[in-house]
Design a protein. Structure first.
Length: 168
């Protein structure tokens, strides 16, 4: 089964809002792999509300320490099969959620993908959707954390991001 989540609460009567990136590294979305499963990343993406004004970096990483986030609820983890079961990812403020208020003391990371946005805007797209080739799909180890992090130089940039995975 494949699951997908965004860096915000499930859209219901209103559209999902973009979240401010800030001016230093910030975890925009975090998914906590359960102790019994690994997460195989199928695809991920983001959209920025504006050109950052100077070079920006968007990372997809595995890390060993949780950021403090706004906790997702089960309804925010979408099973792409409407008849499928719920995800086993761990929910909570030190687990699966979005918009980090504290990054935590990360000691080990694995960079799974990265995108750099140059400072020259205009002709540069400020969104990215990437689907991994089947044999190259990265796997997040059990009990580790998958994060989408943004480092932007401008406080006026908002971001929507998402990750899709299979639990193996």
């Amino acid at each position: 089964m494949t699951f997908k989540t965004y860096n915000g609460a499930m859209a219901t009567t209103a559209a999902i809002p973009a979240v401010a990136t800030g001016t230093t590294i910030k975890t925009m979305l975090q998914v906590a792999a359960p102790s019994t499963r690994m997460l195989q990343i199928v695809s991920w993406g983001y959209t920025l509300s504006a050109v950052p004004g100077a070079a920006a970096t968007i990372e997809l990483i595995q890390t060993d320490v949780a950021a403090t986030v706004t906790a997702h609820v089960a309804a925010g983890i979408i099973n792409t099969d409407p008849n499928g079961s719920a995800s086993l990812v761990t929910l909570g403020t030190a687990a699966t959620g979005y918009t980090a208020s504290a990054e935590g003391s990360t000691t080990a990371t694995r960079l799974l993908d990265v995108d750099q946005i140059p400072s020259t805007a205009g002709e540069v797209l400020v969104n990215n959707d990437y689907q991994f080739v089947f044999d190259e799909r990265p796997v997040v180890a059990a009990s580790k954390f998958l994060r989408v992090r943004a480092t932007t130089p401008s406080a006026g940039v908002n971001m929507l991001c998402w990750v899709s995975w299979s639990e193996i």
